[in-house]
Design a protein around this ligand. Sequence first.
Ligand code: PMP
Length: 352
Amino acid sequence: MKIHNFSAGPCILPQDVFQQASKAVLDFNGLSILEISHRSKDFVAVMEKAQSLALEHLGLINKGYKALFLGGGASMQFLMTAYNLLEKKAAYLNTGTWSDKAIKEAKAFGEVVEVGSSKEANYNYIPKDYQIPTDADYFHITSNNTIFGTQLKEIPQVNIPLVCDMSSDIFSRQLDFTQFDLIYAGAQKNMGPAGATLVVVKEDILGKVSRHIPSMLNYQTQISKDSMFNTPPVFPIYVSMLTLEWLKSNGGIDAIENINNKKASLIYSEIDRNDLFKGFAAVEDRSNMNATFSLNNDSHKELFDNLCKEANISGLNGHRSVGGYRASMYNALPLESVEVLVNVMKELENRA
Ligand code: PMP
């Protein structure tokens, strides 16, 4: 039975990746991938491949960046970015729950200037006119707001280091990634299973704060030990490597972006055309990864939910802070799954 998995994360990954990953659990050069040493030459090769593929996809090879695979999730990066980069003052754009959490963590380390926020509108848009203090140590943004379904279409141009939480849209669209000084992303959307977090950092922004940074939380320690200061999340890194290989063999970010655009325009056209539905996010800020929408009339909920179930649609419930529905359309979700969902929305219109 084919299930159309619209889950926001952990989420769908390519079937090919599941197949290869399950094989490696049973036999990875004679042993299980789950029982090998992270210092074995086979795993060191996996780590190096995962790091180089991540940099290659982002166009950041030989540009002064390092790729790290760390534990602790993206939430740990809320803390680590501030620990490593915030000396006096940092600027943050508050575009959702995850930005808000990053801001909370940073406040333990210095002054935090919230340059803009859409909190008063339950984050249904991206603030546009704001001033960034030129004396801030860095500016932190969240490129895609998973819960609210908004996405920064324009990356702000700044003269200070730019830090980006790219957890829910990394590897989904082409950008000039050299404009970022630090990118982090939990693996569990476009890259792999939960448990690994990718950090891509420009080395020359490090080593500028005066505080002592505990070894595990210090990017420089992690760089000097090649993400192996302690035992790294071996299996999530292996699966991330497989997904990055899958992306490469499918034409890389350019090709996947094309499909992602088609999926997004299909669902948003239906939300706009079908009078039974309305979108949550401001039209110009709509995310290509997470489409948030609701029914105009709750009396249609039971029928819509049943139709979704019959069509094997899974993971469509909205986050509790928004309600309604959320169709997450990460890289591995086929266009066909969005077609199935759109047909169900049309069917509801016929039957309601
Ligand atoms: N940032 C964003 C944009 C997210 O979507 C999430 C999780 N969904 C997080 C941060 C937190 O990630 P984690 O659970 O890996 O700490």
